[in-house]
Design a protein around this ligand. Structure first.
Ligand SMILES: [Zn+2]
Length: 172
């Protein structure tokens, strides 16, 4: 699996225009969830990314680090991702065949360069990798149960039910 930085660098080197276009994409982060799969624990970020036309849905999974050095899986609903990026990224375990038919992009990306679309780039430029899953705030004031028990006078409640301790004794 490639890191976000590696994918970003490949894209920057081979198609700098994508980086330029990504700067005009508006990113709305929708959901950040924690999960785990065969590659380990990840943070999954879902974002709606809109350039000029239809809003696209970007899904990113970050493993480990909270920066661009994190191993990253990504997917986008746009045509560019479908026709150019998906199969090449899948070959690096940084995506899966979801939108395309898995055929080699022999015309659009014959060298299988693992680059990505402006929507995914925009999500990265907006810091998707730094987001943490929202967890409900736990009540921090609840005292933890430790091995040390508070000293309670446990003998303070004498057993008043039996008037005589000998009442239960059987007489032969
Ligand atoms: Zn896209």
């Amino acid at each position: 699996m490639l890191t976000a930085k590696q994918i970003l660098d490949v894209t920057k080197r081979s198609h700098p225009i994508i980086i330029q276009n990504a700067k005009r994409v508006r990113v709305q982060f929708k959901k950040v969830e924690a999960g785990s799969d065969a590659y380990g624990e990840y943070r999954q970020v879902v974002a709606i990314c809109k350039a000029d036309s239809i809003p696209r849905q970007v899904t990113l999974k970050f493993y480990g680090r909270h920066d661009l050095g994190a191993k990253t899986w990504m997917s986008c609903t746009c045509e560019y991702f479908l026709y150019v990026c998906e199969v090449a990224l899948e070959g690096k375990d940084s995506s899966d065949i979801i939108h395309s038919n898995g055929a080699a992009p022999s015309v659009t990306n014959p060298r299988f360069s693992p680059r990505t679309c402006k929507h995914c780039i925009a999500a990265l430029l907006n810091g998707a990798q730094t987001l943490a899953p929202k967890v409900k705030a736990k009540p921090t004031r609840t005292p933890k149960t430790t091995t040390k028990k508070p000293t309670k006078p446990e003998k303070s409640a004498p057993n008043r039910s039996g008037r005589s301790g000998r009442s239960g004794r059987m007489t032969k």
